[in-house]
Design a binder for this molecule. Structure first.
Ligand code: NAD
Ligand code: GLY
Length: 365
């Protein structure tokens, strides 16, 4: 097992990454200063696969365990679901010493964290992420939220977990497209922070796709180390943390024009990363060779690098409506080289349109 520390003073916590960790969850929780009640928030699918093991482990060391299940899918990350979860927390008799344990992907993790942050003004929160995306990204860093009809993650908070347990064995039951969606966020870490890690991904993409434990454990550990380093410097996204949105500017616009129905988030990010690489090249920052390296890695992970049927004008319009637009300014995260990015806010509209047009080619899916 590997451990990564998220260094946030009194809110610091450990991320445990390794094989076969679910059976020891109970023991890990006894190392935290928490009360005896745990409410597991999960969904039917994840519960059927891993719920029993987690429950048994917690009960074995004396915790009282209740389970609350939410629907499977982004639409259940809502205030309506939150209302039901508050009701279940009350019925379960959760008090301020109790804990909420998120067992699932990013949807479960985000809403469970939102409940943990707000129920009784905050109870203990433990993340047990079960998708690759959740293990490398959403379970770390404390962004918790529910969606609103007007936008994704519009209602939320920063609320750090007290522990993250990423058991790599659970990835074996993940659908291939979910695994690949998570890999887009992994590529992101290489581009924004660590050229050596990017090279590791290039050299090991086949082993990663077949879930070789050593490579997968390394990939999750390094991704978490990078996210932890960024979050430790800028917990509430006043500046630096925005670099974690590499590829997300165009990616979100693509998700928005397709009404969040067509692309997995990671697929949008994959196309968005290539867009960002091309933009960086156009303004003289990134070498052509490094644009090609990004394109090849995205393709090797089986992710899209272009789109066909959507309108460039609509995508560019969606860019201006993104939650991350501040004072009408669209911000891009662009690479100077692989491993180093900067936030740029004054790109010409024509250039953005030109590059978006370049991404629109034959049918990629
Ligand atoms: P998800 O939670 O919807 O999970 C994807 C699918 O995989 C679901 O059907 C789920 O039931 C299933 N699943 C989960 N674990 C499984 C397993 N081990 N085996 C088989 N199936 C499994 O999607 P996601 O990609 O994990 O998360 C997306 C969410 O994460 C979005 O709501 C997004 O906004 C959020 N997010 C949050 C942050 C953050 O910092 N908080 C960062 C990135 C994304
Ligand atoms: N996923 C982006 C962030 O946590 O800031």
């Amino acid at each position: 097992m590997e451990e990564v520390k998220v260094d946030l003073g009194v809110r610091s916590y450990q991320i445990k990454v390794g094989e076969d960790l679910l059976k020891d969850i109970g023991t890990y929780l006894t190392e935290l200063e928490i009360g005896s009640k745990v409410l597991i928030i999960t969904n039917d699918l994840v519960d059927s696969l891993y719920g029993q093991e987690v429950k048994d482990s917690l009960k074995e060391v004396g915790f009282t365990v209740e389970v609350a299940k939410i629907g499977d899918g982004e639409k259940y990350k809502s205030l309506e679901t939150a209302q039901q979860l508050y009701d279940q927390a009350v019925v379960a008799g959760l008090d301020r010493s109790s804990s909420i344990l998120a067992l699932g992907g990013g949807v479960v993790g985000d809403i469970a964290g939102f409940i943990a942050a707000t129920y009784m003004r905050g109870v203990n929160f433990i993340q047990v992420p079960t998708t690759l995306l959740a293990q490398v990204d959403s379970s770390v860093g404390g962004k918790v939220a529910v969606n609103h009809a007007a936008g994704k993650n519009l209602i939320g908070d920063f609320y750090q977990p007290q522990l993250v347990v990423a058991d790599i064995n659970v990835l074996s039951t993940l659908e291939e497209k979910e695994l690949k969606a998570g890999l887009a966020e992994v590529i992101k870490y290489g581009v924004i922070w660590d050229e050596e890690f990017f090279t590791f991904l290039e050299d090991n993409y086949k082993e990663i796709l077949t879930l070789e434990p050593q490579q997968v454990q390394h990939l999750i550990k390094v991704s978490c180390q990078i996210k932890a380093a960024v979050v430790a410097q800028d917990e509430t996204e006043r500046g630096l943390r925005a670099i974690l949105n590499y590829g997300h500017t165009l990616g979100h616009a693509l998700e928005a024009v397709t009404d969040y129905q067509y692309y997995r988030h990671g697929e949008g990010v994959a196309i968005g990363m290539l867009g960002a690489a091309k933009l960086a090249h156009q303004i003289g920052w990134l070498d052509k060779a490094d644009v090609i390296r990004q394109q090849r890695l995205i393709e090797n992970f089986g992710l899209p690098t272009s789109f066909s049927q959507w309108s460039v004008d609509e995508i560019c319009q969606a860019l201006t409506k993104d939650k991350k637009v501040e004072d009408g300014v669209i911000r891009f995260i662009l690479a100077k080289e692989i491993g180093e990015v900067e936030i740029i806010a004054d790109l010409e509209e024509n250039l953005i349109k030109e590059v978006t047009q370049e991404l629109k080619v034959g049918d990629e899916k």
